[in-house]
Design a protein around this ligand. Sequence first.
Ligand code: NAP
Length: 336
Amino acid sequence: MTVKIGVIGTGMIGRDHTRRIQQVLTGGEVVAFSDVNLEGAKALRDDLAPDAEIFESGQALIASDKVDAVLVTSWGATHEEYVLAAIAAGKPVFCEKPLATTAEGAKGIVEAEVEHGKRLVQVGFMRRYDKGYNQLKDTLNSELGAPLMVHAAHRNPTVPEQYVTPMAIHDTLIHEIDTFRWLLDDDYVATRVTFPRTCSASHAKLRDPQIVTLITKKGVVINTEIFVNCKYGYDIQCEVVGEEGVARLPEPMSVVMRKNAKLQNPILTDWKGRFVEAFDTELQNFVDTAATGTVEGPSAWDGYMAAVTSDACVAAQEDEGATIDINYPDRPALYN
Ligand code: NAP
């Protein structure tokens, strides 16, 4: 069976996921597009899926009999309404992060899915599909004994001028927030934020770098440095310290060069290259499971947990050095 997919949001990631479905993955076909920018949608159709239909609204696309499953890759603030509409239509939906821009919004999606009684929502936390993180998780589970600490870093060479302090949580740390819950099979109970000296490449509305501490139910302390003006490259680091040893996330594969009395490895500068295979695997997983009418992988519950944790981290930014409690409701059985 070919899963007929409708794409809502035809900007950067909508285009990239369409390319994946049309040219890289198997079992899916993009048959519909919608975007507030109809010209952009038409251009994407002409480039990658000439037979696809253009819908004037995301709601009309979701309701169409031509569409079996939905990809939500529009601007973050619009995700909630489209995901809710897909659940109401009983169609599997892949939603790029964030699931919703407020914890309340994400909670509403969880409630709607629980009411529906079957999982339909997969959230785009692609790091769970990254080979390196999966190797680290296997090592952690088989070799390290109980995890005690995690040292991590999320560094970007530069960010746009409109990137401000809370975005370090909502747009950047959000990936670590989900990844470490999954990696450690744990939940967070508290957070605090420390701001070192601000780098000179930053501006008045962005305190950069920052160090976010997350403390888990089992007592693991995770320190993540976020540094989005690091200049030298896009660099994701993660080291887990366990009772029996220490394990580190593998570096992306690259050629080692000896030249001019130096031993060198290139460092990536663009995040798209860092997780390209993980994006392929996550979307193939969506297509494969959507064919059976359900989904796997990061759930609406995980999207909700990420939203609750993000809000607590932003509160911790606003109250530097204070420990902010993180309280979650009980997990519905659907997500066990
Ligand atoms: P983008 O290039 O700005 O594309 C977003 C598209 O959505 C634009 O074409 C925009 O049109 C359109 N749009 C805005 N409001 C809409 C509405 N009500 N209905 C339908 N379409 C609407 O942004 P992007 O970089 O692709 O990011 C899209 C989403 O993916 C964001 O939530 C982002 O956080 C997420 N993302 C995730 C990752 C990841 O690592 N997993 C990476 C990149 C992006 P206009 O341009 O006319 O406003």
